[in-house]
Design a protein around this ligand. Structure first.
Ligand SMILES: [Zn+2]
Length: 271
């Protein structure tokens, strides 16, 4: 069983991605795809928050292995009322998705508060794009600041802060701090991270002062965003490299299974 905890559909800045295209790349090797509609992030499409999410919902009804996240257009709405209505009417949504970098709305802005309140009310995790440590919109620091205001809400640092080793190190430090001081409930997905830095993340969370917190780590790819995610062979190669690399380093089947699906299944409450 494998869950890809960060995937997308939608026609946007990043490309033209139908649900069928996503399923062609991931194929039978992946059992569940946690997915959001990029059309709600890329404001050039200007598509309404609910319209995007209903399209996402329809795709998930047509292809049940796709589990929808509700995209949040925090930069373009007054509050989270529409998302609240959506979540109350459609229990299929397993979480919320935010992209502070592309929407140019700093992750610590008060505008997110009502959305995080909705996430708390409906007990849904929030997946954030987390960017470079110096980003004034999506640095893990800014996301952490907001996550501390809503400690009950699981907040996922998507990509564990993008780009360099330095960024990954800082994001890991923040995660460890949040665990040891019990200030927030941070998770991370390893899309764009690479095996070596994923091992560093696992080592650090395995050995916090409060014990093993590797349950906070999710395998993910961000497919079909990025060239390496647009060819089935490359996608499978990266998946296999991750599985082999982690297993060879830790020699722990249970840990690997939890990273590949157990942790995500629990977090998103998948049967
Ligand atoms: Zn994403």
């Amino acid at each position: 069983m494998i869950i890809d905890a960060h995937t997308h559909i939608g026609n946007s800045f990043w490309g033209q991605f139908s649900p069928e295209y996503l399923l062609d790349i991931t194929g039978d090797d992946i059992d569940i795809l946690i997915c959001s509609n990029l059309e709600g992030i890329d404001s050039y499409t200007g598509k309404d928050e609910i319209k995007c999410n209903l399209e996402m919902l329809n795709a998930s009804k047509k292809y049940p292995k796709i589990k929808p996240l509700a995209i949040c257009e925090v930069d373009r709405t007054e509050n989270a009322d529409k998302i609240r209505k959506l979540l109350s009417e459609h229990s299929e949504f397993v979480g919320l998705k935010f992209h502070p970098e592309f929407t140019k709305l700093a992750a610590d802005s008060d505008k997110y508060d009502d959305y995080l309140k909705a996430a708390r009310e409906f007990k849904k995790p929030c997946l954030y794009h987390s960017g470079h440590i110096k980003s004034r919109f999506s640095s893990p620091e800014l996301i952490y600041k907001k996550a501390k205001q809503f400690p009950e809400v699981p907040v996922i640092l998507g990509h564990l802060s993008t780009t360099t080793r330095e960024c990954h190190e800082r994001a890991i430090e923040i995660m460890v701090e949040s665990i040891e001081n019990e200030t927030a409930t941070l998770y991370a997905d390893v899309s764009w991270v690479g095996v070596e830095d994923s091992i560093m993340l696992i080592e650090k969370l395995k050995n916090t002062k409060c014990g093993d917190f590797t349950n906070r780590i999710l395998w993910a790819s961000d497919v079909p965003v990025g060239e390496f995610n647009q060819k089935r062979e490359l996608y499978l190669k990266n998946l296999a490299e991750f599985q082999t690399g982690i297993y060879e380093h830790f020699k722990d089947k249970e840990l690997l299974n939890n990273l590949m699906y157990g942790n995500a299944a629990k977090l998103f409450r998948l049967g």
